[in-house]
Write a protein of this length. Structure first.
Length: 134
């Protein structure tokens, strides 16, 4: 259903291809990428990073769980903390982690860069609609 709406939006309702490209063209470009295999290097890097992140987080979690479970005192100290962490929605904990780790500045920079890109894109669109070279 979503694909049909996408196709109708790009063909019948004349949504700008800058905003929403035609799904047939997207599928064609995707097929070209699959045929050439140019995505394999990027896929390898992504899967390697994913495997490393999983290995690091799993080993740290297992080590922390083992160390905490060795004494009754540590269990009584950390169990309420873990219960409180489980009560926090994941989206809130991600933002908090970003703030505490210093990634908030990177997010602000990304937000500013995105706004700058949006402003430039709207300028290009405005100049393209006013000149109509095609």
């Amino acid at each position: 259903m979503l694909a049909v709406l996408w196709y109708l939006a790009t063909t019948r309702w004349k949504v700008s291809p800058l905003l929403l490209p035609n799904p047939l063209r997207v599928l064609g470009d995707f097929w070209d990428i699959l045929k050439t295999g140019e995505f394999l290097g990027d896929l390898r890097v992504t899967l390697t990073e994913l495997a490393l992140a999983f290995a690091i987080s799993a080993s740290c979690g297992i080590a922390a769980g083992y160390l905490i479970s060795r004494t009754q005192y540590r269990i009584r100290v950390f169990e309420p903390l873990f219960s409180a962490i489980y009560a926090v929605p994941i989206i809130r904990s991600c933002r908090s982690t970003c703030c505490f780790s210093g990634w908030a500045r990177l997010q602000d920079r990304a937000r500013r860069d995105h706004q700058l890109l949006s402003d430039r894109l709207s300028t290009v669109r405005a100049s393209a609609t006013s000149t109509r070279c095609w």
